[in-house]
Design a protein around this ligand. Structure first.
Ligand code: SF4
Length: 469
């Protein structure tokens, strides 16, 4: 094996550490995987940099759920290409779902990509880097079989603040007609409950106060491990971990949201009052074509159940408009469901086929202009409801977990900037507030906050009291 190519950082900064810059697209699973990448490389002496111009390795962790994912990655990397041209030792890599899907074809097509690896191959990254040090290029995208899939343990020191994601399962067995996930992430595999608990304990010991459990179909947890706790039982066990203040999970499938899971919101004080439950359509016939496994009435009954358990819960959802064959009447059923459900927020998208899925074999027959029109109508209805739902926060006192500095500062007059900090309510809303103590002292603490202003998707408030340091 040859010596590593001298890196620009080594030349310029005389640093023993090589640096990685990770750009993450997509869901929280990808955010989590990016932390694991930093963790795996950290064990090899690499450090993370937020500046691609300082990096020896630029990785794009990609998502194939949305439209034109490949173009997005190539657009990002081509903008950074001058860095690579100026410093040939710099390597470009693609990981995540697009990498898994296209593998070697991505290397064949794009000459400036040096390495491609799938989500199951993160632990191989040191070997992949060793194999590409002499200018060779490498693609590794083998999916582990469920029986020998091995999760990477989370290292609390890699978590950036008082909140952390924790993957408890990967893959999906549901095969919704439009979704690429089961093909690129594989069949469902759950992490052993004892291991999940040990990781939560380790995160809490490391200073994490809020844990979000992750899985493509998180509430199907345990269905592949007969004899192990199911998802509601796992929630109960995690809720008993001393020192954990808040527990969340994402993303849930309505057909796997049983009564015990929904009732947990009333029974477990640590379970924060927010639930993302993607519905995708309000039409029974579209839901059947999507192979979602529930009707609109069954979905609404799930919402009613969780609201009985936890009346103040914030509910969010996902919609796809313009699914093949969607008629005006079917779209109207979606609008009716939104009016009935009164979600706090939603994510909504125009349908576009993902090659390899069942729906991609059907003609994408709803014209783009009609999809756009339906999307705008749907979002207008939800925007009105969101404003109405947000109004309830005005003047309320909320428990806010401070996460760090706000993205922007406010003017305090005479050109003086007031430093702002940012936190989240238990209902998962962002709150911006003046920093009345140094932000490094506030970070990771809970505050009693009065809400003074309600914005479209966030709140502004004033600290009334801090928890004891
Ligand atoms: S449950 Fe979610 S991840 Fe699984 S196939 Fe359906 S949409 Fe995709």
């Amino acid at each position: 094996m040859t010596e590593p190519a001298p890196s620009r950082i080594d030349d310029a900064c005389d640093s023993a550490n090589r640096r990685v810059h990770v750009i993450t697209y997509g869901c929280q699973m990808n955010v989590y995987d990016s932390r694991r990448i930093v963790q795996v490389l950290g064990a090899q002496g690499w450090v993370e940099t937020g500046d691609p111009a300082m990096a020896d390795l630029v990785l794009v962790n990609s998502c194939s759920v949305r439209d034109r994912p490949e173009q997005k990655i190539l657009g990002t990397l081509s903008r950074l290409l001058p860095l690579k041209e100026a410093h040939p030792g710099v390597r470009f890599g693609v990981c995540g779902c697009v990498a898994q899907q296209h593998g070697q074809a991505l290397l064949d097509k794009v000459p400036y990509i040096d390495l491609v690896f799938g989500p199951d191959r993160i632990a191989d990254l040191p070997a992949i880097l060793a194999a590409t040090e002499d200018g060779r290029r490498e693609s590794r995208t083998t999916l582990d079989a469920p029986s020998d899939y091995s999760f990477l343990d989370v290292d609390p020191s890699v978590e950036p603040g008082p909140t952390a994601f924790l993957t408890i399962m990967k893959g999906c067995d549901r095969f919704c007609a439009y979704c690429i996930v089961p093909y690129v992430r594989g069949r469902q595999v759950s992490k052993a409950a004892d291991r999940v608990l040990a990781e939560v304990q380790s995160l809490v010991a490391g200073g994490v106060r809020e844990v979000t459990l992750l899985g493509q179909n998180v509430n199907a947890y345990g269905k592949d491990r007969p004899g192990e706790p199911d998802f509601p039982s796992l929630l109960s066990r995690i809720a008993a971990v001393p020192g954990l203040d808040r527990l969340r999970f994402v993303t849930s499938h309505p057909a796997d949201a049983d009564d015990r899971m929904l009732d947990s919101f009333g029974a477990l004080p640590v379970l924060a009052e927010s639930l993302h439950l993607p519905v995708q359509s309000g039409s029974d016939t579209v839901l059947a074509r999507m192979r979602r496994g529930y009707t609109a009435a069954q979905y609404l009954e799930r919402l009613a159940r969780v609201r009985r358990a936890c009346p103040d819960i914030a509910l969010s959802t996902d919609f796809i408009v313009g699914f093949p064959g969607e008629t005006d009447a079917e779209f109207d059923a979606t609008l009716r469901l939104v009016e009935t459900a009164r979600f706090d927020s939603m994510f909504s998208f125009k349908y576009s086929p993902r090659p390899g899925t069942l729906a991609a074999r059907t003609i994408d027959d709803v014209p783009e202009a009609l999809k756009a029109q339906r999307l705008a109508r749907l979002q207008a209805v939800q925007d009105r409801i969101t404003i109405q739902r947000m109004a309830r926060y005005l003047g309320r006192e909320e428990e806010v977990l401070i996460e760090g500095p706000s993205r922007d500062t406010r003017s305090g007059g005479r050109g003086k900037a007031i430093l702002e900090m940012q936190g989240r309510t238990r209902t998962n809303l962002t709150v911006n507030l003046p920093a009345d103590i140094p932000i490094r002292e506030a970070r990771g603490r809970l505050a009693r906050v009065r809400i003074d202003e309600v914005l479209v998707h966030s709140l502004r408030g004033t600290v009334l009291a801090w928890e004891a340091a």
